[in-house]
Write a protein that binds this ligand. Structure first.
Ligand code: DX5
Ligand code: ZN
Length: 238
């Protein structure tokens, strides 16, 4: 069995102040003990795949210069076959595309990896995991959406945890090697259920940037997640 990673926390800057993104990244960077955010989650929305518009490659390129936190780019865009690889070429740590938007997901994974990034595949709440299990063999991360993509601050959909359990089982039995990530409605009231189901990496927007102290909110979420997944003992980080 592959080493079990410690719970990773990925604050989403969708809930941060877009005029002060470098400071907002710094607010979750942690101290010398390495207790800060593991990844910084960047929600790229194109007003076509989702009904909202956020930011794109130029902002990601600037953020890469402004922070050492590995960037986790979640592309909620049409035609990721064309537009995803430049995020990997720019230096993003993980680049996630939506299964529902991809024409040739295998080729996308190959392109992302060739550019030096991890390749991520995301499924919306109503997208069955079964349709993507073969394709996921080519991916490094699986992002299970626990809200309809498009907006921060929505309520967690517990029914998606069945997909998390399925993915966890396949990883633990060696059939898949993906890191299991969840996105949407994660906070102090939902992180434990997600951890128990087998999530490795927790995206949290409003629960981190809506808190008085975003850095402490990251630490608290990690503590809760670790506590709810007692089988995780190693400090391996993805
Ligand atoms: C929603 C985005 C999420 C969003 C999560 O489409 O993909 O990353 O920032 O926000 P919260 O944690 O507030 O649900
Ligand atoms: Zn996201």
């Amino acid at each position: 069995m592959a080493p079990v990673p410690a719970p990773l926390i990925a604050p989403s800057i969708l809930s941060a102040d877009f005029a002060r993104l470098a400071d907002e990244a710094q607010a979750v960077a942690g101290g010398p003990e390495g207790d800060g955010a593991d990844w910084l989650h960047i929600d790229v929305m194109d007003a076509h795949f989702v009904p909202n518009l956020t930011l794109g490659l130029p902002v990601v390129e600037s953020l890469l210069k402004a922070t050492d936190i590995p960037l986790d780019c979640h592309l909620m865009i049409e035609d990721p076959d064309r537009w995803a690889p430049p995020y990997a070429e720019a230096g993003a740590h993980n680049v996630t595309v939506h299964a529902e938007a991809a024409s040739d997901p295998r080729k996308i994974a190959k392109d992302l990896r060739a550019a030096g990034a991890k390749a991520g595949l995301s499924v919306k709440p109503n997208t069955p995991l079964e349709d993507w299990l073969e394709v996921l063999r080519d991916y490094d991360t699986l992002l299970v959406m626990s809200v309809e993509p498009g907006f921060g601050g929505q309520s967690f959909m517990p029914e998606v945890l069945d997909k998390v359990r399925t993915a966890r089982r396949l990883v633990d039995t060696g059939h898949l090697t993906v890191l299991v990530e969840i996105d949407g409605g994660i906070g102090t009231d939902t992180v434990e259920a997600a951890a128990e189901a087998g999530v490795d990496c927790f995206v949290a927007g409003s629960a981190v940037y809506g808190a008085d102290d975003p850095g402490r909110a990251v630490e608290a979420l990690r503590r809760q997640a670790a506590h709810a997944s007692p089988h995780r003992t190693s400090a391996t980080r993805g």
